[in-house]
Design a protein around this ligand. Structure first.
Ligand code: MRU
Length: 354
């Protein structure tokens, strides 16, 4: 199965492919310089690909993990079913440890385990069921992206300037993306608008991925440094902020790429609507509030080096949280495949997704 990006995004490479019982990932660390599709040869390689952000973005991590679990189970198809199931739990636990913040990782791995029958079956049959479930997760992800686009496009009007942060794009999913889906749908409908993409330090997902994929697809996009967002708002160029998320807590607090909180505070100062787009699989009603969301801390070298080039004093102390929490109070609405959720989020989220 391949992504086969639809419509205006059709020129983009597939993020994830499953062919002949093998998993292929687009190596996003090499974009935009090179389009490298890497065959995953082991579950350890899938774990490392998630950790290294070769595959990244909450929904794509979920799909990759689902297929990664299938790959992990291939060596165990000759075992008795009870041993197969014991291994399944261990392999899922292992994959779940790759990154902590995006809830889609644990969600997909749980769903994969829960899809299997409790009554006895052969390991080969269980493996077939796992692959079928991974396909379902993959297909649903694509459909959900389209639905988010159809819902979110209602917020876009001719002449708008829209700011986004990080990459909640086609590359972060197996479809049109989340925050970018309304942009692709609007572009397809012929609306005229401008997108401003924050470069997103330190790993430059905005520069390397978002501005690249939108530009490839013919969307009018301008790349800015993270510190330029306030200036663009002050110049009156931004009418709307649209970002993705790795996890929405039950009270509507939102975890997303580091820097999102700053953008939300700016949006409030300039009285701009701040929308978060996500699939229902990113809404985590079991987590009460943002403080309970684990925030990944990444290597200091991502901050002290630009590629191989050192840009900071040797052995300098560094903090490198990969995500921050935007409190629900700064969020205008959450765009989901089932509609736009408005405050008070605790009640609205419970009603729609509880
Ligand atoms: O560290 P990354 O690149 O995986 O972070 C990705 C983001 O923060 C995205 O905004 C989020 O996962 C939503 S993707 C649709």
């Amino acid at each position: 199965m391949t992504d086969g990006k639809p419509g205006v995004a059709k020129l983009l490479p597939a993020t994830i492919e499953w062919r002949d019982d093998a998993l292929y990932l687009l190596d996003q660390t090499r974009l935009p310089a090179a389009i490298i599709i890497e065959k995953q040869l082991s579950v350890e390689q899938v774990w490392a690909s998630i950790k290294a952000l070769k595959v990244r973005g909450a929904p794509a991590i979920g799909v990759a993990a689902a297929y990664g679990l299938c790959l992990a189970m291939q060596p165990f198809c000759d075992l008795p079913a009870t041993n197969f199931l014991q291994q399944l739990a261990l392999q899922a636990q292992y994959l779940d440890s790759a990154r902590p913040t995006a809830v889609n990782l644990g969600w997909a791995l749980r769903r994969m385990q829960q899809c299997l029958p409790t009554s006895s079956s052969s390991s080969a049959k269980l493996y077939t069921l796992l692959v079928a479930e991974a396909h379902k997760i993959h297909v649903q992800d694509r459909q959900i992206c389209q639905a988010i686009g159809d819902v979110g496009v209602t917020l876009i009007t001719d002449g708008m300037g829209i700011l986004t942060h990080c990459n909640a794009g086609a590359l972060a999913t197996t479809g049109l993306g989340t925050a970018t889906a309304p942009l692709y749908v609007a572009h397809q409908q012929g609306l005229q608008f401008s997108v401003y993409a924050d470069e997103t330090r330190p790993l430059l997902q905005g520069a390397r991925l978002t501005s690249w994929e939108l530009h490839q697809s013919g969307v009018n996009v301008t790349l800015i440094t993270d510190n330029t967002a306030a200036r663009m708002m002050d110049e009156g160029r931004i009418d709307l902020v649209m970002v993705g998320t790795d996890r929405v807590a039950a009270n509507g607090d939102v975890a997303n790429k580091i820097g999102t909180l700053g953008v939300a505070i700016l949006a409030r100062y300039f009285a701009l609507p701040f929308y978060v787009a996500c699939p229902s699989t990113t809404i985590d009603l079991a987590t009460a509030c943002g403080n309970d969301i684990p925030i990944e801390e990444r290597a200091a070298s991502e901050v002290t080096h630009f590629g191989q080039q050192a840009t900071a004093a040797k052995s300098i102390r560094v903090r490198n949280p990969a995500f921050d929490i935007t409190p629900a109070a700064l969020v205008t609405g959450i765009i989901t495949e089932r509609g736009i959720v408005h405050p008070p989020f605790d009640r609205a989220l419970q009603q729609l997704f509880g």
